[in-house]
Design a protein around this ligand. Structure first.
Ligand code: GLU
Length: 473
């Protein structure tokens, strides 16, 4: 018999909002871990919070993951062994396991405390300097008390009775040995009063039923893990190995959120960030890669190791993200870059000039609007001479541009011959030769290499611009 168990990781987002960089990184680490071991990356949608979950967010999540290239081998759209990978459709499964717990002696009990009573009890504990935990109000109700409350139509939650005087111990894949005293946990709710499952429960049960072997998730879930292990133990279900990854902090030192610079994957995508750059950045945020090369997902998977996950908080650095975007642009195929530049660019750049345009502008563009800006300079009259370019033009003087126009004609706009001849005639060289030409032809003092500028503009447009520059002097 083959006893080898295939590693299975998962990403289990709650569709209560758009996917942000933090979730994207959690998804990435789980995907890379599975890919690195020839395992399975599973996707499960945790949409039991009916009020906050939205179908649109779930749909967008799938799209965002696909865009990032994080293909899942089990889950929505691809199927697998389970009937559904949406928790909202798994009520029958949870009912079965609730019933199992209810049949066990002293493992769960109905709790009739109202949210107001619970909030009050928490406040009292906090003002006495105690960590809030359930005050056991309903822990010792007699069967008769319970029957009477139910007869009144009260709808209880279901609480898990945490065994007293014990500890839960496990080795976290990232943070090492962990030990929690059960007495500190407090009995916790596993089914809400409206019958819907609480996070602790369905998350743990599904991990077990779906055969998840390894869970990488945010360290904000570390405190949930002992509770989830107790549930799985009580049900006799297998417990995955957990690794809690450090949170990402924004530039103000607080967890990355919309307020301090996080953007949704959807926003990043619509602004023209490339998935390959985002992924290369995230793979290095709280995880060390052995080198700084731009890597494909499969190469990143080979680099991935849980030992390389850091315990210290990871700091979001927009400059780094920008750096990887530039690197991604430099690695993208001509066709991809063309699509990325978008319709506005495609409408301006003639097909015959497309290849040359891409070669020329690739080192100078980071976002699609940079490409649009350059396309306008090269192929339209919708451009302006910037102040610094104007200064350069005026310094070069009218005679220089007259000579530039003359030599352009004489050399039939052959760039190399043109600048060589102009150099001879004017005695200018280096920056004093090239900068006025760049300023006059593009209106800017930086940009694509001059050798590309002239062919893209064409002789007529170039002549006109040189003449107009001369008139400015
Ligand atoms: N649905 C949970 C969340 O989005 C999943 C937590 C986990 O990965 O276990 O936070």
């Amino acid at each position: 018999m083959n006893t080898h168990i295939r590693l299975k990781t998962r990403f289990a987002p709650s569709p209560t909002g758009l996917m942000h960089l933090g979730n994207a990184r959690t998804a990435l680490f789980n995907a890379l871990y599975a890919y690195s071991q020839g395992g399975i990356f599973l996707l499960r949608i945790e949409d039991t919070d009916i009020e906050r979950s939205q179908e649109d967010f779930a749909r967008q999540l799938l799209e965002d993951l696909r865009w990032l290239g994080l293909d899942w081998q089990e889950g929505p759209l691809v199927g697998g062994e389970e009937t559904s990978y949406y928790q909202s459709q798994r009520g029958e499964t949870y009912a079965k396991y609730y019933a199992q717990l209810e049949q066990l002696e002293q493992v769960v009990y109905p709790c009739f405390c109202s949210p107001q009573e619970l909030a009050l009890s928490r406040r009292v504990q906090q003002s006495a300097g105690q960590a809030p935990r359930y005050a056991d109000t309903c822990a010792r109700l007699s069967p008769a008390d319970i029957a009477a409350k139910l007869a009144k139509g009260l709808q209880p939650t279901l609480r898990f009775r945490v065994p007293r005087g014990q500890t839960v111990e496990f080795t976290d894949l990232v943070r090492g040995p962990q030990k929690f005293a059960c007495d500190d946990l407090g009995d916790f709710i596993i089914r809400r009063a409206d019958g819907t499952p609480a996070f602790f429960f369905c998350n743990a049960v599904d991990d077990a039923l779906m055969g998840i072997t390894h869970v990488l998730r945010g360290e904000d879930h570390l405190a949930n893990t002992p509770r989830q292990q107790l549930i799985l133990q009580a049900l006799g279900l297998p417990i995955p190995q957990y690794g809690h990854i450090s949170l990402i902090l924004g530039n103000d030192g607080t967890p990355l959120s919309k307020r301090n610079g996080s953007q949704s994957v959807q926003e990043l995508r619509s602004q023209g960030w490339l998935a390959e750059g985002v992924v290369n950045y995230l793979a290095r945020l709280g995880h060390t890669c052995s080198h700084d090369h731009f890597l494909s997902l499969s190469a990143l998977a080979q680099e991935f190791s849980v030992e390389r996950l850091g315990r210290a908080p990871a700091h979001f650095d927009e400059q780094q993200l920008h750096h990887w975007q530039q690197v991604a642009v430099s690695h993208t195929t001509e066709e991809q870059l063309w699509q990325w530049m978008g319709e506005a660019v495609q409408a301006i750049v003639p097909t015959s000039a497309r290849a040359e345009f891409i070669v020329a502008v690739r080192p100078n563009v980071v976002y699609p609007q940079d490409a649009l800006h350059l396309a306008q300079i090269f192929f339209t009259e919708d451009w302006q001479i910037q102040a610094d370019a104007h200064t350069v033009i005026v310094e070069a003087g009218m005679a220089f541009f007259e000579e530039a126009v003359k030599t352009l004609g004489e050399t039939q706009a052959d760039y190399k011959k043109w600048v060589a001849l102009l150099k001879d005639r004017t005695g200018k060289k280096g920056k004093t030769l090239f900068m006025p030409l760049r300023a006059a032809l593009t209106g800017e003092t930086h940009g694509p290499e001059m050798v590309h500028v002239l062919p893209l503009l064409g002789m007529e447009r170039a002549r006109g611009r040189l003449q107009r520059a001369g008139e400015r002097c």
